[in-house]
Design a protein around this ligand. Structure first.
Ligand SMILES: Nc1nc2c(ncn2[C@@H]2O[C@H](COP(=O)(O)OP(=O)(O)OP(=O)(O)O)[C@@H](O)[C@H]2O)c(=O)[nH]1
Ligand SMILES: [Mg+2]
Length: 395
């Protein structure tokens, strides 16, 4: 009797011990561990990820980490997310002509206003003043507006004409004169001495730097070039993701680091990667705001100096939002003092009738407008063509 009781107790204790062991095992295996979120599913949750995998997860360079589910959910293996399809963007040639309708929509009211005034039966003082006001309203700047009116007055007097076509021709010439039909507007994207061209994209926040960087990369890929992008705006992780999306769509690698990383070191690595890959062009997107107390201008100067340890900077594109008028101009002056701006990308021209800002910003900075943004679409960036622009204004 005693022995039976003893045996029963031993059996119960043994069963409890075995059950407890399995419970502990099961608990441990569902405890979320760092290793279980690593992209490679090995079936051995306890094993640490190889060093290089963890580095890739931290997003040191290149593609973003692939997010694999924890090991328990991996059997049966989930379907691999489809690799993003790489697009074939159209070449950049003739872009501005294709986007002419959009320009005409935003700018032609200004052109039509001028033509109506100039074709008036009598061109008296008041009418000339109105013409000057119309030019100033379009943000062309007082100096240029005065010059245009003076020249037109003289030429209309000499010709004694009020014929619509002739007047249109005169105005076209004057506007082209102010814009500068002969300026060198080529963006320096060609590789040289076996090294990629390096372009820095700068400007205050929200002007369209990342969008312009992405659109430019697309246009270059469309022209058959290889491009490396540098995500030197480390202010927000989202900024890097935004650039990654642009790069990913056209197969351009994006050099990136974690939020708050040193922008200069990202830029340096991007150029190094471009050289290593034998890329044609490296484009570096920069921040309009910073984490550190350093001024934005100091930081930009540093980014440029650090990049120059590796390669010359061929182009510093200042991105300006055409809708910001005088405010944008003030910003432009500050940037021009710090980095040697070599070209202007004027964005959001589709959203304002004040295209005259092109004349004013060039006059102020002595730097040509090289690119214009005419919409939010991926191919809505065009090399700036003064003749197409003026023709779109005048209808
Ligand atoms: N309509 C229009 N919108 C544009 C154009 N270029 C850029 N945008 C829009 O402007 C907004 C800001 O663009 P971003 O490229 O993020 O600007 P950013 O300068 O990089 O901004 P931060 O990174 O915050 O400094 C986005 O919604 C763009 O789609 C353009 O030419 N036309
Ligand atoms: Mg940005």
């Amino acid at each position: 009797m005693d022995i039976t009781l003893l045996v029963s107790i031993i059996v119960v204790v043994a069963l409890l011990a075995v059950g407890g062991f399995f419970l502990v095992r099961t608990r441990r295996s569902v405890t979320p561990g760092k290793e279980e979120t690593k992209p490679e599913v090995t079936g051995e949750p306890e094993e640490a990820a190889p060093e290089e995998d963890r580095e890739r997860d931290a997003g040191t360079v290149g593609t973003p980490p692939a997010h694999a589910p924890p090991a328990e959910e991996a059997a049966p293996a989930p379907a691999e997310p489809a690799a993003p399809e790489i697009e074939t963007p159209p070449p950049s040639a003739g872009r501005m002509v294709r986007l002419r309708a959009r320009l005409a929509r935003s700018q032609s009211s200004f052109g039509q206003g001028l033509l109506t005034l100039l074709s008036a039966k009598t061109l008296d003082e008041d009418t000339w003043e109105e013409i000057e006001d119309t030019l100033i309203t379009a943000d062309i700047g007082v100096t240029s507006a005065t010059q245009i009116v003076e020249n037109l007055r003289t030429r209309v007097k000499v010709l004694g004409t009020r014929d619509t076509e002739e007047v249109r021709g005169l105005l076209r010439e004057e506007l082209l004169n102010q814009i500068g039909a002969d300026a060198d507007r080529a963006v320096r994207t060609e590789p040289h001495s076996g090294r990629p061209a390096v372009i820095m994209v700068v400007g205050v926040n929200g002007t369209g730097k990342t969008t312009t960087t992405g659109k430019l990369a697309r246009a270059l890929v469309g022209d058959g070039r290889s491009v490396v992008l540098g995500a030197a705006d480390t202010f927000r992780a989202a900024a890097t993701e935004q650039l990654q999306t642009w790069g990913g769509r056209v197969g351009a690698p994006v050099v990136r680091k974690e939020e708050g990383a040193d922008p200069a070191s990202v830029a340096f690595d991007a150029v190094a990667r471009g050289i290593e890959d034998g890329a044609d062009t490296v484009i570096i997107d920069t921040a309009g705001r910073l984490h550190t107390k350093t001024g934005l201008m100091d930081e930009l100067g540093k980014v440029k100096r650090v990049v120059e340890k590796k390669s010359q900077v061929d182009e510093v594109l200042l991105v300006l939002d055409a809708t910001t008028g005088q405010n944008g101009l003030r910003q432009a002056r500050v940037f021009a003092e710090v980095v040697n701006v070599t070209g202007i990308a004027l964005t959001k021209l589709d959203g304002t009738a004040k295209g005259g800002i092109i004349v004013q910003v060039q006059r102020e900075l002595g730097v040509p407008v090289k690119l214009v943004g005419l919409g939010e679409g991926p191919d809505d960036l065009a090399p700036f063509d003064p003749e197409v622009f003026v023709d779109a204004i005048l209808g």
